[in-house]
Write a protein that binds this ligand. Structure first.
Ligand SMILES: C[S@@+](CC[C@H](N)C(=O)[O-])C[C@H]1O[C@@H](n2cnc3c(N)ncnc32)[C@H](O)[C@@H]1O
Length: 287
């Protein structure tokens, strides 16, 4: 497989690279992405990373993403990134479980610096304080957001994960890191929010899907004044990773929630974080 990087950031070369990547992954089954150990997928993941971090402006990205009937390619690339991220987290969670130095092992995880910065942004952006409780929708096999929120900022955390195997693996990781008193992982999804726990912030993972349905359900369930934060991919070609931005999430959010602030990513972070409060109009009574 030819490994190429983009030098001329012309939209033609970017479109060509998107289509090359699409053709190299379009026939892969989910299990192949989750299990494949060859360098091929690692190369594809790196090429996508090179692509989405290209310093191109909003309009140029818009023209590329909207102008070429990319829907199928975008859906295939989003599925690949989603599954490959779960695979990386699963591999890393297992290496933490077999390590004598689990914290040292965690700190060398390639995305650790990204999460440290992202979690700091969310802790400050939401005005959280020690002993507050956050509920994180989409905690995954390696619940790094909750681990850092609790270990570095003294919070309590509840993770909601829809996949039972990932729930089990993440519980073992939390226990191995000595955080079982601070972090609880629940098997469920956005229809099973542990609101009786009293959350100071409901956090929506970048890969929690489908975003529009999640926001609709949160609007139905959350009492007025409840704070949420939602990670989205908005800047430049990062929108290759998340189609919800194209399908009316902003309008849905704006209708049910009052946006407080939006923090755009600074390297090495990829996500924009939207902070909002459940508006009182039509909000259910607080339990
Ligand atoms: C790969 S993790 C990424 C989050 C990362 N581990 C963290 O700590 O920030 C995303 C997880 O979200 C889960 N997920 C996606 N949509 C969900 C939903 N609606 N409800 C519950 N879990 C969801 C997926 O199963 C996946 O394991």
């Amino acid at each position: 497989m030819e490994v190429c990087s983009i030098t001329a950031h012309s939209s033609e070369s970017i479109i060509e690279e998107v289509l090359k990547i699409y053709s190299s992954i379009k026939d892969l089954e989910d299990e192949e992405i989750l299990q494949d150990t060859s360098d091929h997928l690692k190369n594809v993941y790196q090429r996508l990373d090179d692509l989405i971090t290209l310093p191109i402006d909003y309009e140029a990205a818009e023209a590329i993403l909207n102008g070429h009937g990319f829907d199928q390619a975008l859906d295939t690339i989003i599925r690949f990134i989603y599954l490959y991220t779960i695979r990386l987290e699963t591999e890393y969670a297992n290496s933490i479980l077999t390590s004598n130095e689990p914290w040292e092992m965690l700190k060398i995880y390639s995305f650790y610096p990204n999460y440290c910065q992202l979690v700091r942004t969310e802790y400050q952006g939401a005005g959280l304080k020690a002993n507050d409780t956050v509920v994180f929708l989409g905690s995954g096999p390696l619940p790094l957001t909750l681990i850092l929120m609790c270990h570095q900022h003294g919070l309590k955390g509840v993770g909601i994960e829809q996949d039972e195997q990932r729930v089990e693996l993440s519980r073992k990781v939390v226990d191995k890191l000595g955080l079982s008193n601070a972090i609880k992982i629940i098997h469920g999804n956005h229809f099973q929010l542990p609101l009786s726990e009293g959350a100071d912030l409901i956090m929506i993972a970048a890969q929690a899907q489908p975003k529009k349905e999640i926001v609709e359900q949160l609007a139905k369930a959350l009492p007025a004044g409840t704070k949420i934060s939602c990670r989205i991919y908005e800047k430049g070609l990062r929108r290759l990773l998340d189609r919800s931005i194209f399908v009316g999430l902003p309008a849905k959010l704006a209708h049910e929630f009052k946006e407080c602030c939006r923090i755009h990513p600074l390297p090495p972070v990829y996500n924009t974080v939207v902070f909002a409060v459940r508006s009182s109009a039509a909000a259910p009574e607080r339990q």
